[in-house]
Design a protein around this ligand. Structure first.
Ligand code: RIB
Ligand code: CA
Length: 299
């Protein structure tokens, strides 16, 4: 049983990733922390609360509110990808309220309460994670490892030619996390742009009648309906969760990773391969990865 905190900006692919994690018997979710990014913090938090209540209403899964803005400036959001409210589909409203402490406190408290036993799976801009680590070597020592969906090392970016969205949105925090000394697994566009579900997948996306499968299919169907001409729904965040469950799905090279923080190349992830605290994912067993995603959401 892997104890995880999921930091997220739901977000359509975040939502699929959360469905996987909530259905996965090998993961114990210590908490979900929300951050702005794909949508405003208020929307990503509401989406997380509603999703948890929709598929896991009887479970105690704290949702703690994090950062509304990056370390500098503001988030640029991605409504054109994720829909006006960040999900594109309506979820029933919920009485579930955010956790009493904020995201940084939840990350710190859970890590310090179980040194070396709690991992973070980061699916959005790294603002919360960097803040939790900032000037806190005890926290850096306590967090087991961080699986980051982010970056584009040997491939082009998706928000600029050089940068992937999560890293671009807060390159300063990304540098803080990569330099923290906590072991990082970087699941970037190098592997997520090879891992997708196709428009013509139709009902075969997720099988069964569970709330999880039905919501997953609604999210994909709406995403393709709203984005004519788009053939692939890239499984960015779902692949990060799959890698947390089955690391052998990916192949890696160790590196030091630095992020460009300004100018035209803002958000570019520069890997110096050899040794270092970051294992950069460069290869993926696509068939197995998609099967892990389908199996966990179809539950
Ligand atoms: O570049 C893909 C990442 O940016 C994913 O986490 C997606 O949800 C968006 O946040
Ligand atoms: Ca995300």
């Amino acid at each position: 049983m892997r104890r995880v905190i999921i930091d997220t900006d739901p977000g359509t692919d975040d939502a699929l990733a959360l469905l996987m994690a909530l259905n996965c018997p090998d993961l114990h979710i210590e908490g979900i922390t929300t951050v702005g990014g794909n949508a405003t913090l208020a929307q990503t938090t509401q989406n997380a609360l509603r999703l948890v209540d929709h598929v896991a209403s009887g479970r105690d899964v704290p949702v703690a509110v994090g950062a509304a803005q990056p370390a500098h400036g503001s988030f640029s959001y991605a409504y054109h990808v994720h829909g006006t409210d960040g999900l594109g589909v309506d979820l029933p409203s919920t009485a579930r309220k955010p956790y009493s402490a904020d995201a940084v406190e939840l990350i710190r408290d859970r890590a310090l309460a179980a040194p070396g036993q709690v991992s973070v799976i980061a699916l959005g801009p790294l603002t919360n994670v960097a803040a939790a680590l900032d000037r806190r070597p005890d926290v850096a020592k306590a967090i087991s490892d961080i699986v980051v969906m982010g970056g584009a090392v040997d491939v082009p970016g998706n928000i600029t030619p050089d940068a992937e969205f999560n890293i671009f949105e807060d390159p300063w925090s990304a540098n803080g996390v990569f330099a923290s000394g906590v072991p990082v697994t970087l699941v970037g566009l190098d592997v997520t742009h090879k891992t997708s579900m196709h428009r013509d997948g139709g009902p075969r996306w997720f099988e069964g009648k569970s709330k999880s499968a039905q919501l997953g299919n609604r999210i994909l169907a709406n995403s393709f309906r709203e984005r004519a001409g788009v053939q692939d729904f890239y499984l960015h965040d779902p692949l990060a969760v799959a890698a947390a469950v089955e690391p052998e799905l990916l192949t890696y090279r160790r590196a030091q990773v630095e992020v460009v923080t300004d100018g035209d190349e803002r958000g570019r992830t520069v890997a110096s391969f050899g040794d270092g605290p970051v294992r950069v994912a460069l290869g993926v067993d696509v068939g197995r990865a998609v099967e892990v995603v389908r199996t966990l959401i179809s539950k």
